[in-house]
Design a binder for this molecule. Structure first.
Ligand code: X8Z
Ligand code: ZN
Length: 607
């Protein structure tokens, strides 16, 4: 994945075969040196075919993993990184040159166009490109095969066990099987860190982590402090959730397996990484089992919703707020389910193939509520791409990467029980205080449970890139952060023979992760602003902007700005404030906060 926004954001290009110029770095031809404005205009033109090719090569690998697609993807990335390195080098001569504000911003953004910068040495650059393609493929192909090739289970199957089994031993086996499968990634990841760090330093950053933290229109240290502040604001609510979940799990599995005042065993929360707990809402965490609020799981299966119907449902939401229908090519070119005949990367992603309207989804959808939410999430990326495709490539991105992640999730906040009932997936809500708490808990198993996970992944990587965590302590540090932030622990002892970070897509996929942490905070700020625009008057957790053209207009106005101005300006236009903060998420979950405080009274909380 080439650009800083990896999984999701490939600014593409309109590449008419045979009509594109060769990509020599601007300023290298004969004649007078271009001005800074001219230089950036040339870079934007030259980026188009390179990004187009790179997106095609990545798509081909991700939807058909073979030795050859890896090779071609690595080669195309190598070309892209070569161009980027040479162009960044050239751009240094414009450091003090007169330039328009847009050009000055473009010069800054140019240095952030890859989440894995390469050293200038061609051999090292080729090695880095090959490592990236290989790590991505290893994740896509990973399996647990306890008794030979006939017994293999892939991530879908192992995740299904985590979600549905309540057998302690079966959970432990599925968890361990998947985590052990990441072991062979370790030496490759270690080498990747060395090479990408070298590239980041050549680009003028302290290390790759500092480079990642530089994409937020503030100094990298200030950004790190911002994320710590935000975590501090939501930590008490997470701790209350952890305390409640631990107690419920102890009732199910026994106090000996889930002791008070201790981290929760990671395999019991319904998700391979314990990042969301929605799969244990129904039978373990639901506060009032007799009251309203079910998941859409049963409705989806009973009514035989397939991947196309789920995607159409998401599209209908977006068109209801005034967004366009998806282009025909979206339906022809997307991969919505796991193909039977080849290896693919199933982790869901949205793709911007060119800067016209070739947009796609790659996903292995199943008829369950989690995947329904995910397709609504992915279409958020797709609508962002469509909205900013008229901008120059260097501005084709989220205002910051958390914005990109927050669009579809904001829409998901409008997928209320009333909305799910309206589309026929759940029964009518019987309004009661108990139903409110059930619904709040259902949302919190996704939105609150996720927060510490969203924070810690890059805390690990930032420290790996800075050298504070050395390879000899990769795994130990990984679990220390999980214990510190999430209050969870691995089910079996782990050692430095393991490489558990490789079990999470975004590490081998090299996608920065703080974006999700930010998204989970700011999506509530977006929702509050959009609900105001829609004229909604009740409590925030009851608002749905479905059908509101007024809300859609405000949303679209933000999307079409892309990354053309500092995110604070874009943020202010929608929310009226320049700061990310937790006030809106805390307002949304106010009823649950009060309820948890009551429930946790006199209990041994913490870990
Ligand atoms: O990776 C994703 C999306 C694609 S951008 C499916 N998410 C994170 C994850 O799965 O770890 C969405 C929320 C967190
Ligand atoms: Zn996403």
């Amino acid at each position: 994945m080439k650009r800083a926004a990896a999984v999701v954001a490939f600014a593409g290009a309109l590449a008419l075969a045979g009509c594109t110029k060769p990509s020599t770095p601007p300023g290298s031809g004969p004649g007078a040196a271009p001005t800074a404005d001219e230089f950036i205009a040339q870079v934007n033109e030259q980026l188009k075919p390179l990004l187009r090719e790179s997106a095609a090569a990545q798509w081909t690998q991700a939807t058909d993993i073979t030795i050859d697609t890896q090779y071609l993807n690595a080669r195309s990335n190598d070309r892209y990184l070569e161009y980027l390195g040479a162009t960044i080098d050239k751009s240094k001569s414009y450091k003090d040159a007169p330039a328009s504000p847009a050009t000055a911003r473009s010069l800054m953004l140019l240095r952030l166009q890859s989440s894995a910068p390469a050293p200038a040495d061609p051999a090292k650059r080729a090695e880095l490109s090959a490592l990236l393609a290989s790590l991505d493929a290893m994740y896509g192909e990973a399996k647990y095969c306890p008794g030979g090739p006939q017994t293999c289970r892939n991530l879908d199957e192992l995740s299904e066990t985590l979600a549905t089994s309540r057998d302690y031993a079966a959970l432990e086996e599925a968890w361990t099987g998947w985590h052990d499968a990441a072991r062979p990634m370790r030496p490759k990841y270690q080498r990747f860190v060395e090479l990408a760090n070298e590239g980041a330093r050549e680009f003028g950053f302290a290390d790759l982590g500092a480079m990642w933290r530089s994409g937020y229109d503030m100094p990298p240290d200030e950004f790190a402090a911002e994320t710590a502040r935000l975590w501090g604001e939501v930590k008490p609510l997470y701790s209350a959730m952890q305390c409640y979940a631990r107690r419920r799990l102890a009732q199910r599995y026994g106090e000996d397996k889930v002791p008070a005042g201790k981290p929760i065993p990671a395999q019991l929360l319904g998700n391979m990484w314990a990042q969301t707990w929605n799969k244990i809402y129904d039978d373990i965490l639901k506060p009032y089992p007799g009251a309203s609020i079910e998941t859409a799981d049963r409705g989806l299966v009973r009514q035989k919703w397939d991947a196309v119907r789920m995607t159409k449902s998401a599209e209908t939401f977006y068109t209801s707020i005034g967004f366009p229908a998806l282009p025909q090519t979206f339906w022809e070119r997307s991969m919505l389910v796991r193909p039977r005949d080849r290896e693919v990367v199933c982790h869901a992603s949205a793709w911007d193939m060119d800067d016209a309207d070739d947009v796609r989804i790659k996903m292995c959808m199943k008829p369950n509520e989690e995947d329904l939410f995910t397709i609504y999430h992915e279409l958020g990326h797709v609508y962002y791409y469509l909205a900013y495709n008229d901008l120059p490539p260097l501005f084709q991105n989220g205002a910051h990467d958390g914005f990109h992640e927050a669009i579809g999730d904001t829409v998901n906040l409008s997928v209320t029980p009333a909305y799910l009932h309206r589309i026929g997936l759940v029964g009518a809500v019987q309004p009661s205080r108990e139903a409110v708490i059930n619904q709040q808990m259902k949302m919190a198993t996704e939105k609150i449970a996720f927060l510490p996970f969203g924070k810690l992944i890059d805390e690990w990587r930032w420290k790996v890139f800075s050298g504070e965590i050395t390879p000899a302590h990769y795994n130990e540090a990984w679990w220390k952060l999980h214990e510190q932030y999430q209050g969870i622990a691995p089910p079996v002892p782990r050692t430095e023979a393991d490489f558990d970070p490789g079990s999470k897509y975004h590490v081998p996929g090299n996608t920065p992760y703080t974006r999700y942490f930010l998204s989970f905070i700011i999506q509530f700020q977006f929702q509050k602003a959009l609900c105001d625009a829609a004229g909604f008057k009740g409590p925030l957790h009851e608002c749905s902007i479905f059908g509101s053209k007024a809300a859609g207009e405000r949303f679209a106005a933000m999307l079409k700005l892309g990354q053309s101005e500092p995110w604070q300006d874009t943020f202010e236009k929608l929310t009226g404030t320049r700061q990310m903060d937790a006030a809106a998420i805390l307002e949304y979950f106010q009823p649950l906060s009060a309820w948890l405080a009551e429930q946790n009274k006199g209990q041994v909380c913490g870990w």
